[in-house]
Each structure stands twice: as structure tokens, then as C-alpha cells.
Design a protein around this ligand. Structure first.
Ligand SMILES: *Cc1c(COP(=O)(O)O)cnc(C)c1O
Length: 452
């Protein structure tokens, strides 16, 4: 590779053949999910009504490597391996001695990392004879990813979309419908969970926790339907490791290794995808810092409690041990819709407790400022979620400059912002505020954590 290379591209035949399971290499396994009724660890049978068996097996596996099925690799080829880019324009704009690299997941058909798990989940459901998938979506990235994957396998997809986003983001809905999915505003009258909320609050804007309850209820009550989740769970983190495995091979092409690895965290999956392979190397002695970045308006890792909690507002899901703000916590309406979840992936929470990662939070306007600087130097407009990782990378590069020391920075650009331009319009119009969550609301939500 010449010394002015910008894109490090792997050929299709070097697409990873297996996903990496960090649980196999940790000193202690993460605490198991618990059945909400009995308080006992969940077995495969507890999850069978809502997930296909292959996915349940992956959720619980202790194997280090899980083969990527050939039909899934074949579909991955539509956009993978994704490029690793040296952000030379940004380095210059910041006048930093740091070397900045980003892994670009916005090249997928849906524009983010989420199809990396939507495709295998659709594949395993199809293999087991499932006809329909139900799911929830916040800003619409997951719904459109599953709609895309469902269309490739001939599965019907029903998406419960948080009502405020349903009204604010008509183009995401149109994208889901283009792929043939049905998109319903949540809370809806189609489920008990939705009707219960609407009785109490007919004008409810909805939340991810409510939409999850609706989607899980549909899967649990219909034989032909299973549920698919786009983040948080172990199998989702597993599928996303294709990002980190590719990135390692590409960093080797660049003859470099990151001193710091950065990604934003909503439920934790794009972070897990890039970071877990690097944590494996860290456990073997490689010097690398790993940084998770979240919005200060929904500060799960930096302000949450590490405790067993429900994944949804309606309390239908198993209890999982994670950093949580409480399942009834309603984060203020920031533009990073994908980062507004009350909990964190149990695996990400666990590595935080083990001291293997750092976490930090930023307010939304400073993230948009960094995202605009990035767009003007690199051309790509980051998704509002990804702008948190951009901001952290910029701060690391400026710290390197202040110290007068080079360092190698790798971050995940989890998606592009082409469906989020209203957020940029608001930013340029001076309408974006740095909303704080209410401390009293947080304490109320934490006080309601289930007693385990
Ligand atoms: C959904 C989403 C996220 C947040 O989800 P994680 O599971 O934490 O990765 C981040 N970036 C983009 C672009 C997203 O669509």
C-alpha cells in the first residue's frame, strides 16, 4: 500500500467466514437472563415462542467462532467487506499528528450496520419455516434493515414504529414499505400492550420499550410469527463482529494498529461489532483503549445502574443484567433516535464491569458540530447516532495534538445521515437544544427496578 492510500478494501473472498463470540474468552461469563415469572435462568424453551432455535443457540453459545452460513455471506457481498477509510481530510482540518481511520457501515442498502444481523436473523427464521417477523423500530433504521432482509427471503415483516418517529420520519416508513413491510404507529390498537398504554394516555408519543412489548406480544400469540431484535442481545453482538474482523485485516493492510477504538452505543451492537475482536486481542496483551460513546440525554453506561431489568416497558421480556436507566425511563427526544434505549447489551455492560472498556457521554449539539466538520472534510454526512463516535474521535485527535504525540484512532461510522437531514436543518437553524433528562424521573425509574 502506498503511503497516501485513503481506502483499504478487502476483496469479497476475504469476507470473514465466522463471527466471533467474546464470551468464550472472558474470565467470567456474563450473568444469565432470568425468567420474569420464576426468577430462574432462562432456558431455550422460554425463548422458543419468540425466536428460532438457531438464534437461541447462538444467544447461549460458548463457542469462540460461529460459522457464517454461505447464503448469508452471499448476501453480505452486496455491500461487504465495507471500506476502512483513512480520514486524511479530517486529520488535516484538525492539524493533528494522529492517524484517524473509520470503518464505514453506511454502504449497506439500509445505510447502517443493522443489516449485518437482519440478514442472518431472516435466514434462520426462513430455515425453520417461519412466515412472518414482527419487530419494533425507533427512528426506523432497524425496521428498514429487517424489511430489506425479509424481502430477500420472502418473509412478511410487521414493524411497530415509535409514533413520534412515524410522524416525523415519513421517508423511513416509505423505505420499509418499498421493501414490502407493513409499518404501524406504536402504541397501536393491534395489541393488548398498545391498548393499555392508549387507555391511560391516548396521545402517547410511544417509546422503544412500548414498541418492543407490542412486537413481542404479536410473536408470542401467533404461531406463524417470530420476533427479531436489532440490538442488545448476544446473537446481535455476535453477528456484528464481522465489522471488527474485517477492520483488523484492513488495519494490517495499512500497517497500523489502533491505540484507541471508538463506537457509539445505543443498545451496544455496532460498538460490540467493532470492539469485541479488539477486546480479544487486549485480553492477550495488546495495548488498546476501547471507548463507548453515548448521548448525555440517555446516559446508560455512564449514569445507569448495573442491575437486572426488563428489556421493555410492558415487562414481557426476560430480565437481563445490564446498565439500565430503568425500563420506565423516557429519555428526552434527541435526534439520535437509535441511542434512546434505557438499557445496554448485557455483554457490553459486562465488559464495562470487568474494566475492559471506557464510557463517555456527549450532548447533541457538540456531536453535530463534529459531524459537520467531518462532512466538510470527508464528504460523508454521519447519522446523528454516529456523530457521537465522530466527536470522540475528534477529541482523541485533539488530545494527541495537545500532547504533541501521534496516536492511531479507529472509529465506527455506523451509518450515514441521509434520512436524518431534518436534524441537520434544525442544527443549522439553531433549534437544537442540549436536553437533559430529569434527575427526578431517572430516580423514579431506577426505584422501580425489579427486585431480584
Ligand atoms: C441503530 C443505530 C445505532 C445504535 O444501535 P447500536 O445497537 O448501539 O449499534 C447507531 N448508529 C446507527 C447509524 C444506527 O442506525
Amino acid at each position: 500500500m502506498s503511503s497516501d492510500t485513503v481506502k483499504y478494501l478487502l476483496p469479497e473472498d476475504q469476507l470473514p467466514k465466522a463471527w466471533y463470540n467474546l464470551a468464550a474468552d472472558l474470565p467470567a461469563p456474563p450473568p444469565p437472563p432470568l425468567h420474569p415469572g420464576t426468577g430462574q435462568p432462562c432456558g431455550p424453551d422460554d425463548l422458543a415462542p419468540i425466536f428460532p432455535m438457531a438464534v437461541i443457540a447462538q444467544e447461549m453459545t460458548s463457542e469462540r467462532w460461529v460459522d457464517i452460513p454461505e447464503p448469508v455471506r452471499q448476501i453480505y457481498r452486496l455491500w461487504r467487506p465495507s471500506p476502512l477509510v483513512r480520514a486524511r481530510g479530517l486529520e488535516k482540518a484538525l492539524d493533528t499528528p494522529a492517524r484517524i481511520y473509520f470503518k464505514y457501515e453506511g454502504v449497506s442498502p439500509a445505510g447502517s450496520h443493522k443489516p449485518n444481523t437482519a440478514v442472518p436473523q431472516a435466514f434462520y427464521n426462513k430455515q425453520e419455516g417461519v412466515k412472518r417477523l414482527s419487530t419494533e423500530t425507533g427512528a426506523g433504521q432497524w425496521g428498514s434493515s429487517l424489511a430489506f432482509a425479509g424481502s430477500l427471503f420472502g418473509l412478511e415483516v410487521e414493524v411497530f414504529m415509535v409514533k413520534i418517529s412515524y410522524n416525523q420520519k415519513p421517508y423511513r416508513r416509505a423505505l420499509m414499505e418499498t421493501y414490502g413491510a407493513r409499518c404501524v404507529a406504536s402504541p397501536s390498537t393491534l395489541t393488548n400492550a398498545g391498548r393499555t398504554i392508549l387507555e391511560k394516555d391516548p396521545d402517547s408519543n410511544g417509546s422503544l420499550g412500548i414498541a418492543i412489548s407490542e412486537a413481542v406480544e404479536v410473536a408470542a400469540t401467533r404461531d406463524d410469527t417470530k420476533y427479531a431484535l436489532g440490538s442488545v442481545l448476544n446473537h446481535v453482538c455476535l453477528h456484528q463482529t464481522v465489522i471488527g474482523e474485517e477492520a483488523m485485516a484492513q488495519m494490517a493492510m495499512a500497517n497500523d494498529a489502533p491505540d484507541v477504538v471508538i463506537a457509539c452505543t445505543g443498545g451496544g451492537s455496532n460498538f460490540a461489532g467493532l470492539a469485541f475482536p479488539y477486546i480479544r486481542e487486549k485480553l492477550k496483551g495488546q495495548q488498546v483503549r476501547v471507548v463507548a460513546v453515548e448521548p448525555s440525554s440517555c446516559p446508560t453506561l455512564t449514569k445507569g445502574t448495573y442491575a437486572y431489568d426488563f428489556g421493555d416497558t410492558g415487562h414481557l421480556t426476560p430480565l437481563v443484567k445490564m446498565h439500565t436507566l430503568g425500563s420506565t425511563f423516557m429519555p428526552p427526544g434527541s435526534h439520535a433516535g437509535g441511542l434512546r434505549y434505557h438499557g445496554m447489551a448485557p455483554m457490553v455492560s459486562h465488559v464495562k464491569e470487568l474494566g475492559l472498556i471506557e464510557a463517555r457521554s456527549y450532548a447533541q449539539t457538540e456531536c453535530f458540530k463534529a459531524a459537520v466538520a467531518f462532512a466538510r472534510a470527508e464528504g460523508i454526512v454521519p447519522a446523528p447516532e454516529s456523530s457521537h463516535a465522530v466527536k470522540a474521535a475528534v477529541d482523541e485527535a485533539l488530545a494527541a495534538k495537545a500532547e504533541g504525540k501521534a496516536r492511531s484512532i479507529l472509529f465506527n461510522l455506523s451509518g450515514h445521515g441521509h434520512f436524518d437531514m431534518q436534524a441537520y436543518t434544525d442544527y443549522f437553524g439553531g433549534k437544537l437544544q442540549d436536553l437533559d433528562y430529569g434527575e427526578a424521573d431517572l430516580q423514579t425509574a431506577l426505584a422501580a427496578l425489579p427486585k431480584v
